[in-house]
Design a binder for this molecule. Structure first.
Ligand code: FES
Length: 57
Protein backbone atom coordinates (compact mmCIF):
# COMPACT_ATOMS: atom_id res chain seq x y z
CA UNK A 1 0.00 0.00 0.00
CA UNK A 2 1.21 3.48 -0.82
CA UNK A 3 1.89 5.64 2.19
CA UNK A 4 3.55 8.60 0.53
CA UNK A 5 2.01 9.34 -2.85
CA UNK A 6 4.25 12.33 -3.50
CA UNK A 7 7.32 10.10 -3.51
CA UNK A 8 5.74 6.73 -4.36
CA UNK A 9 6.75 5.14 -1.06
CA UNK A 10 4.97 2.02 0.20
CA UNK A 11 4.59 0.64 3.72
CA UNK A 12 6.92 -2.21 2.74
CA UNK A 13 9.65 0.23 1.76
CA UNK A 14 9.32 2.04 5.06
CA UNK A 15 9.45 -1.22 7.03
CA UNK A 16 12.51 -2.31 5.11
CA UNK A 17 14.25 1.00 5.77
CA UNK A 18 13.52 0.72 9.48
CA UNK A 19 14.76 -2.87 9.69
CA UNK A 20 17.74 -2.67 7.36
CA UNK A 21 18.98 0.89 7.79
CA UNK A 22 18.07 1.34 11.44
CA UNK A 23 15.81 4.33 10.78
CA UNK A 24 13.88 5.09 13.97
CA UNK A 25 12.04 8.35 13.45
CA UNK A 26 10.42 10.61 10.87
CA UNK A 27 13.44 12.90 10.54
CA UNK A 28 15.65 9.99 9.51
CA UNK A 29 12.97 8.52 7.26
CA UNK A 30 12.51 11.86 5.56
CA UNK A 31 16.19 12.20 4.78
CA UNK A 32 16.40 8.60 3.54
CA UNK A 33 13.25 8.27 1.44
CA UNK A 34 11.85 11.78 1.21
CA UNK A 35 8.65 10.70 2.98
CA UNK A 36 6.76 13.71 4.31
CA UNK A 37 8.91 16.30 2.56
CA UNK A 38 6.23 17.48 0.15
CA UNK A 39 2.54 17.70 1.19
CA UNK A 40 3.06 16.11 4.61
CA UNK A 41 -0.18 14.08 4.49
CA UNK A 42 1.71 10.84 4.96
CA UNK A 43 3.57 11.82 8.12
CA UNK A 44 1.16 10.37 10.65
CA UNK A 45 0.81 7.02 8.90
CA UNK A 46 4.54 6.80 8.27
CA UNK A 47 5.19 7.43 11.96
CA UNK A 48 2.75 4.66 12.89
CA UNK A 49 4.53 2.26 10.55
CA UNK A 50 7.92 3.14 12.07
CA UNK A 51 6.52 2.60 15.57
CA UNK A 52 4.81 -0.71 14.85
CA UNK A 53 7.84 -2.04 12.96
CA UNK A 54 10.11 -1.25 15.88
CA UNK A 55 7.59 -2.60 18.39
CA UNK A 56 7.19 -5.87 16.47
CA UNK A 57 10.92 -6.51 16.48
FE1 FES B 1 4.13 12.07 1.48
FE2 FES B 1 2.92 14.00 0.17
S1 FES B 1 2.22 11.99 0.52
S2 FES B 1 4.80 14.11 1.22
Amino acid sequence: MYVCLCHGITDKMIKQTVLEDGVGNMRELKSKLGVGSQCGKCVQLAQTIIDTTIFDE
